[in-house]
Write a protein that binds this ligand. Structure first.
Ligand code: GKR
Ligand code: MG
Length: 440
C-alpha cells in the first residue's frame, strides 16, 4: 500500500487542523554559567486535531528559530495520518532551515550542545510526534506508553533541581516567589530541604558553573552532610578545564552519583573520564545520534541525559536507550524549563525504558504556571505513569490564552531565551558577556 492509499484508508485519523501557540512562561531568577534566567521564557504549544475532532498536544522550545520552522512545517501536516509517525520526519526534511540559525557552536541560551540544523528540525518534529501520539492514544483508547511498547514501571523518579538564585529578578521584574536567594551552601541546603519536604525528592542535582568551583564543592559537601547517602550531582555546563574537572571529581568522588558536563566537548570529557572513577553524564556533548560514536568509543560519558525534544521525540529516545544499553552507557533525562505537556511526555517514555537507573531531571517545580488543567504532583519524588488515553493531560485554554497574550505583548526582548542579556539587566553586570569556556 503506498502512502497515499494508506492515508485515504485511515481518513478519520487524518489531521484536519494544526495549531501552534507561542507562550511566555514565568521563570525565577535561576543562575547558570551563561547568566540568569529571564523573568519569562518562551515555549511553543502544539495541537493537532483529527478529522474526528480528537486533539493531541505537544510542546517544545519556543525561541524564534523553532517557531519559524514550525510554521511551514505545520502547513504540510493537513491530511497527514497521526499514526504515520515516521512520515513526520520525512515531511520535515522538505522544509528549508535558515542557515544563519545554525552552526556548530554551543547553544548559548539553552545549554543544549551544538546548534545544528538537524537538532532544530528534530526539536520541532518532537512536539508534533508527541501531539500525534497523544491523539492516536485517545483515538485508540490507550495511553502513550502503550504505543511505545508498554510501561515497565508505574511511576518515574525525578530529582530535585537545585539552583543558585537571586530572591527576585533585577528591578523586581516578573512574578514573585517566596524562595529567597540561594548563593551559598546554607542557601542550597535550605532549598534542597524544601524540595524534599514539598515533593519528596530523594536525589539532588546542583546547577554549577556559577561560583568558583571550590564554593560549589562546598555546597555539594553541605548537601552530602544534610542528606547522607543520597545521590548527588553537580552540573557546571562545561565551565571547567580538564584540570579543574579532575580536581573537583577527586574532592567529591565519595559523594557524587555523577558529574555532569564538567568540561566542554567530547575530547575534554574523555580526558576527564580517563582520570576519575566518578561517572560523567552529559546533555551537551552527546545530543544527536551522530555524536554517539566518538563519545562512546572514547569513554567520554557514562550516562546520556536525553532530551526528547532535541533527540526527535519519544520513539527516538527509545532508540537512544537501546544504543546506550548496547554500550553499557546509562540513560536518564535532561530538562530545560518546560511545562506539563512535556513532563507528561517524559514520564511516558521514561516508564518504558527498562534500565533507567537514575532519577530524571525536571525544572517543573520552579514553574508556577502551566497550560494543563491539573498540574502534575510529585509524591516521594515520583510521578505516577498515567493510564488514561493519550498523554493523560488536558489543555487549559484560558491559561494558554493568557500566556500567549503575554507573548504578544512582549516587545521581542523575551521571545528568545538569553541568559546573558538577562544578567546585563542586573546592577553591576552591565558589561556581562557569555563567558568563554572553560571559565575556571
Ligand atoms: O535551566 O539554567 C538552566 C539549565 O542550565 C538548562 O538550560 C540546561 O540545559 O538543565 C540543563 C542542563 O542540565 O544542562
Ligand atoms: Mg546538564
Amino acid at each position: 500500500m503506498d502512502a497515499h492509499t494508506r492515508k485515504r484508508a485511515t481518513g478519520r485519523r487524518a489531521i484536519a487542523e494544526v495549531r501552534f501557540t507561542p507562550v511566555l512562561v514565568a521563570d525565577p531568577p535561576l543562575l547558570n554559567v551563561q547568566g540568569v534566567h529571564q523573568p519569562y521564557t518562551p515555549r511553543l504549544i502544539v495541537e493537532v486535531v483529527t478529522e474526528d475532532g480528537v486533539s493531541g498536544l505537544g510542546e517544545t522550545y519556543g525561541d524564534s528559530a523553532y517557531r519559524e520552522l514550525a510554521g511551514p512545517y505545520a502547513a504540510l501536516l493537513t491530511g497527514h495520518d497521526i499514526a504515520d509517525l515516521n512520515g513526520l520526519f520525512t515531511l520535515m526534511n522538505t522544509v528549508e532551515v535558515d542557515g544563519s540559525r545554525v552552526d556548530d557552536s554551543v547553544d548559548v541560551g539553552g545549554l543544549r550542545g551544538a546548534r545544528t540544523a538537524d537538532k532544530l528540525r528534530l526539536s520541532v518534529v518532537s512536539a508534533f510526534e508527541v501531539a500525534c501520539l497523544d491523539a492516536l492514544g485517545k483515538t485508540l483508547g490507550v495511553p502513550v506508553h502503550t504505543l511505545l511498547g508498554g510501561k515497565v514501571r508505574d511511576s518515574v523518579e525525578y530529582s530535585a533541581y537545585l539552583f543558585y538564585r537571586w530572591a527576585e529578578h533585577p528591578g523586581g521584574a516578573g512574578e514573585k516567589d517566596d524562595w529567597g536567594a540561594a548563593l551559598d551552601p546554607a542557601g542550597i541546603v535550605a532549598q534542597a530541604r524544601r524540595f524534599a519536604r514539598e515533593h519528596g525528592f530523594a536525589s539532588f542535582k546542583l546547577k554549577g558553573g556559577v561560583l568558583p568551583p571550590e564554593q560549589e564543592v562546598a555546597a555539594v559537601r553541605a548537601l552530602a552532610a544534610a542528606f547522607p547517602g543520597r545521590p548527588l550531582r553537580l552540573d557546571p555546563n562545561g565551565a571547567w578545564s580538564t584540570a579543574t574537572s579532575l580536581r573537583v571529581a577527586a574532592s567529591l568522588a565519595d559523594v557524587l552519583e555523577y558529574l555532569e558536563d564538567p568540561a566542554s566537548g567530547t575530547r575534554a570529557m574523555a580526558e576527564v573520564a580517563a582520570g576519575t572513577s566518578v561517572p560523567l553524564a552529559t546533555n551537551m556533548c552527546v545530543t544527536t545520534f551522530g555524536e554517539i560514536r566518538e563519545a562512546f568509543l572514547t569513554g567520554a560519558v557514562q550516562v546520556v541525559l536525553s532530551d526528547h525534544h532535541y533527540w526527535g521525540g519519544l520513539r527516538n529516545t527509545r532508540e537512544l536507550a537501546a544504543v546506550c544499553r548496547a554500550f553499557g552507557v546509562g540513560l536518564s533525562m535532561h530538562s530545560n524549563t518546560h511545562l506539563g505537556i512535556s513532563l507528561a511526555a517524559m514520564t511516558h517514555v521514561a516508564a518504558t525504558v527498562p534500565d533507567l537507573r537514575h532519577s530524571c531531571d525536571s525544572h517543573y517545580p520552579w514553574q508556577s504556571e502551566d497550560v494543563i488543567t491539573a498540574r502534575h504532583v510529585f509524591r516521594d519524588g515520583r510521578l505516577p505513569v498515567s493510564d488514561a488515553p493519550g498523554l493523560g493531560v488536558e489543555l487549559d485554554r484560558a491559561a494558554l490564552e493568557r500566556l500567549h497574550r503575554r507573548w504578544l505583548a512582549d516587545d521581542g526582548t523575551l521571545r528568545e531565551r538569553d541568559d546573558a542579556a538577562a544578567m546585563r539587566r542586573a546592577p553591576g553586570h552591565a558589561r556581562w558577556r557569555t563567558p568563554a569556556l572553560p571559565r575556571w
